[in-house]
Design a binder for this molecule. Structure first.
Ligand code: HEM
Ligand code: HEM
Length: 195
């Protein structure tokens, strides 16, 4: 079957022996797609907490922070799995610049998946507002307090958390836009590798 770009939306086959169907492993797909709604929830709650009042605000903190820590746990497991089972090779017809762009965005996304929750977690601790009581993990699991309150550190960590928080929607727009471009315009089967 001719599998050059623009002629098929079928998964590219026979690219490497570990992934003869050209697909990501079932576990890699599970990690990827479970992260998607959690990430949108973390972003939606993070960006709207400031508009909430009283009890609703506390529930938003608990939801935002718990979602973020779950994302972190999944990202750690996902990277460990990626270390053990490398992803399928990209089809030969993907040009070097496109490979570099995809790889850059993927690296940035992985960095954000790890760094962002850690920054958020240490921000809350540095503000002297650890995940306990009304903002416990999942609403009822009190987490240990990691440090005494330190306003200067808290402000710096919060700033970095906000910066990545605002950069993420742009990064995701590039990533999702890329996936749509490959699928709908280039029609090279890239999206199908992750489905
Ligand atoms: C991948 C996970 C996460 C994402 C994408 C994320 C995203 C965001 C975003 C976009 C904001 C709003 C920033 C702003 O408007 O300046 C925010 C605020 C915040 N996040 Fe996260 N966050 C994550 C994880 C966490 C975690 C794990 C914690 C704590 C355990 C946390 C604690 C906070 C706090 C305390 C704020 C400030 C809220 C406010 O009072 O305005 N975040 N986050
Ligand atoms: C509707 C939303 C999304 C779509 C359509 C999508 C699509 C894809 C596709 C098709 C790939 C495989 C690219 C390839 O073949 O090399 C991929 C990989 C990846 N995606 Fe997404 N994605 C979405 C959301 C997200 C989100 C929310 C994150 C995390 C914040 C994310 C992180 C990643 C990462 C890190 C990879 C690289 C996987 C690896 O090679 O280890 N994606 N995505």
């Amino acid at each position: 079957m001719d599998q050059t770009a623009g002629t098929t939306t079928a998964p590219i086959r026979g690219q490497d022996t570990l992934h003869p169907d050209g697909q990501y492993s079932a576990l890699a797909k599970l990690f990827h797609w479970v992260t998607v709604p959690l990430m949108f929830l973390a972003l939606a709650t993070g960006l709207t907490i400031r508009f909430m009042k009283d009890d609703a605000k506390m529930s938003f903190y608990a939801l935002h922070e718990s979602t973020g820590l779950i994302i972190l746990a999944i990202a750690v497991a996902r990277l460990a799995w990626r270390g053990m089972s490398r992803p399928p090779a990209l089809p030969d017809h993907i040009p070097p610049a496109m490979r570099a762009a995809a790889s850059g965005v993927h690296h940035a996304l992985y960095a954000a998946l790890i760094l962002q929750p850690l920054l958020g977690f240490f921000t809350t601790n540095a503000y002297g507002f650890p995940m306990r009581g009304a903002t416990a993990f999942l609403g009822f699991i009190d987490l240990p307090k990691f440090m005494e309150a330190n306003e200067t550190l808290a402000v710096a960590l919060h700033w970095a958390h906000s910066l990545i928080g605002w950069a993420l929607p742009f990064l995701l727009a590039a990533h999702i836009g890329g996936a749509i471009y490959h699928h709908a315009l280039r029609r090279d089967g890239t999206l199908l590798r992750m489905l």
